[in-house]
Design a binder for this molecule. Structure first.
Ligand code: CA2
Length: 149
């Protein structure tokens, strides 16, 4: 059986659907998990869907993914714009990685327009809400397939 796709979510994403619906919409993180899981099942994958407010925890999960996952989807939230540690972990994992953002970070504050972790990602999807997670699953399923061909 294929190893799962790790879907890692960073700080404050536990508030999704409960605060700032004008920016992040009304879907909760549990809604996002369900949509991602159902898309993954269509492609024969399980997901490990996790959220943490702590940078070190996210680093630990990326290190775990190196052995336990076939790919990573990451919405590092605020750490996107600050964290060399997450970039280092993603590069060390040597797995296919898609960076996802619910909002269009290029239509927001200038400081959100730079991502440290993009250097460690195969692709970046932003501005499409929860759909972005589903599209990331699709892309990763194809990337993993072509790697194993
Ligand atoms: O658009 C995204 O997915 C972000 O990664 C979300 C981060 C933000 O710092 C990034 O620039 C873009 C913020 C996540 C906080 O999520 C909240 C959700 C509801 C209410 C408050 C915060």
């Amino acid at each position: 059986m294929a190893k799962p796709i790790f879907v890692l979510n960073g700080p404050n994403l536990n508030l999704l659907g409960k605060r700032q619906p004008d920016v992040y919409g009304t879907a909760t993180l549990e809604d996002v998990r369900k949509r991602t899981e159902s898309r993954a099942q269509q492609h024969g994958y399980r997901i490990e869907f996790r959220q943490s407010n702590h940078e070190g925890q996210l680093v630990d999960w990326i290190q775990e993914a190196k052995e336990a996952a076939s790919a990573i989807i990451i919405n590092a939230a605020g750490y996107t714009h600050t964290s060399v540690a997450l970039l280092d972990a993603l590069q060390a994992a040597e797995l296919p990685v898609i960076e996802v953002h619910l909002s269009n970070i290029f239509r927001r504050d200038p400081f959100r327009q730079h991502s440290y972790i993009s250097l460690g990602a195969h692709g970046v999807i932003c501005g499409l809400g929860a759909k972005g997670y589903e599209l990331a699953v699709e892309a990763l399923a194809e990337i993993v397939k072509s790697q194993n061909a």
